[in-house]
Design a protein around this ligand. Structure first.
Ligand code: ADP
Ligand code: MG
Length: 388
């Protein structure tokens, strides 16, 4: 099913928040920074709340409120400054978001955020929306371990239900003893045991939705290294009907959540032919960074449009593209290996300190087809690594 677009009854709805207004973002990382760049380009003012003095977004916003996310006075100040507030990461304490939502408009809503914060909740929700989560069972206490083994089998992956990212908080287990040890190693926190799927490949679909429009970007094919996204290939090299299903399912999920904002949905294309739901993120996503150079509208402009009650921008892909993540492991790269290529667009996040695994930037390779873009991307990446 192709993505639908519902034209607004009135092209400028009463509730639209227009250029000149101030937009807020909780979190000052790279996603917040790219959001600020898109919003500023469109003529909005920006306020960022982030505890880090050197945060990538705080440095380029009109107002950087440097405080903890639980600081009520800071949240009051943000609400005072802003016409609408969003978030750039899902682990903002739900209480803080609820408090903020009692003072000003916040999208996505605390309810939607709370679902995406917990792997068990999001899987339940996805199932209700008609998606197919990987076989799994929630683990809340020691009794659940044996039932989970019976339900899921081995090999399996034990994941903490909350706070995991970039493959953190995950252990592959192949026996019940290993599972027990892994769970004890995680201090018996709420977990999920998931079947370890034989992956053909991984894809993601990024939806933008508000009361007047609903649309979905082209599906990205994602390759990971050590649990961290390495590159995204668009268009994904999958059958068109699988891509259409992924987009339709992501839109269905957003619909069920009555979602306002940008929602990224990760899927596994398994060797058994199934399209499994993996997880969702209530925000723009690393696998959507290709949209900044290769689509008519970027995922960050779309985030601005959704929270401001504006119609979605065109999601059309104007060029095949491969996005390559640049992690701290590569630092400092030989810039000319990238900059000598006219078809490569470099994006850096302004982080002063590099650490292994830390996301420092990315580059998008645009070419006439994905094979050429991928060959250039892999060649440039290999050269960067070899020069370390
Ligand atoms: P994160 O929040 O860290 O992105 P994910 O659940 O997406 O967590 O896991 C990170 C990566 O680990 C996935 O992109 C995939 O490559 C691999 N992975 C996770 N769960 C499974 C699974 N059930 N079967 C096979 N591979 C998995
Ligand atoms: Mg993931």
């Amino acid at each position: 099913m192709p993505c639908s677009y519902r034209p607004p009854a009135d092209s400028r709805p009463m509730s639209a928040i227009l250029p000149g207004a101030t937009l807020g973002v909780l979190g000052g990382g790279q996603l917040g920074r790219m959001f600020c760049i898109a919003a500023r380009t469109m003529g909005y003012q920006l306020a960022v709340l982030d505890p880090d003095a050197g945060s990538p977004a705080g440095g380029i916003a009109d107002h950087h409120i440097q405080a903890d996310y639980t600081d009520r006075a800071a949240l009051d100040r943000l609400a005072e400054l802003c016409d609408v507030v969003t978030t750039e990461f899902e682990n903002v304490p739900a209480d803080s978001l609820r408090y903020l939502a009692s003072k000003c408009t916040v999208f996505p809503t605390p309810d939607a955020l709370e679902i995406a914060q917990n792997r068990n909740r999001e899987k339940r929700y996805a199932r209700e929306a008609g998606l197919l989560p990987v076989p799994n069972l929630a683990i809340n206490d020691a009794h659940d371990l044996s039932s989970a083994v019976a339900e899921v089998g081995f090999p399996a992956i034990l994941k903490s239900a909350t706070l995991g990212y970039d493959g953190k908080g995950q252990v592959v287990v192949t026996t019940e003893a290993e599972l027990r040890d892994a769970w004890l190693g995680m201090d018996k926190v709420e977990c999920v045991l998931e079947k370890k799927i034989e992956l053909l490949l991984e894809v993601s679909a990024i939806v933008a939705r508000n009361a007047i429009s609903s649309t979905c970007f082209p599906v990205a094919e994602n390759q990971h290294r050590d649990g961290i996204l390495h590159l995204s290939i668009v268009p994904a090299r999958i059958e068109p009907d699988i891509a259409d299903t992924a987009r339709a399912q992501a839109m269905k999920l957003a619909e069920m959540l009555d979602y306002t904002g940008v929602l990224a949905v990760e899927f596994f294309v398994a060797r058994d032919g199934c399209l499994y739901f993996n997880e969702m993120a209530p925000r723009p996503h690393n696998s959507g960074h290709y949209t900044r150079d290769a689509c008519v509208t970027s995922q960050f402009e779309q985030q601005v449009r959704m929270m401001c009650g504006l119609p979605a921008g065109d999601v059309r892909l104007v060029s095949p593209v491969v996005m390559v993540n640049m992690l701290g492991d590569l630092w400092t790269p030989d810039w000319m290996e990238i900059l000598q290529h006219p078809e490569i667009k470099l994006h850096l996040y302004g982080k002063k300190h590099a650490r292994p695994g830390r996301k420092m930037g990315h580059f998008n390779v645009l070419s006439e087809n994905v094979e050429t873009a991928l060959a250039i991307a892999e060649d440039v990446f290999t050269r960067l690594v070899n020069k370390q």
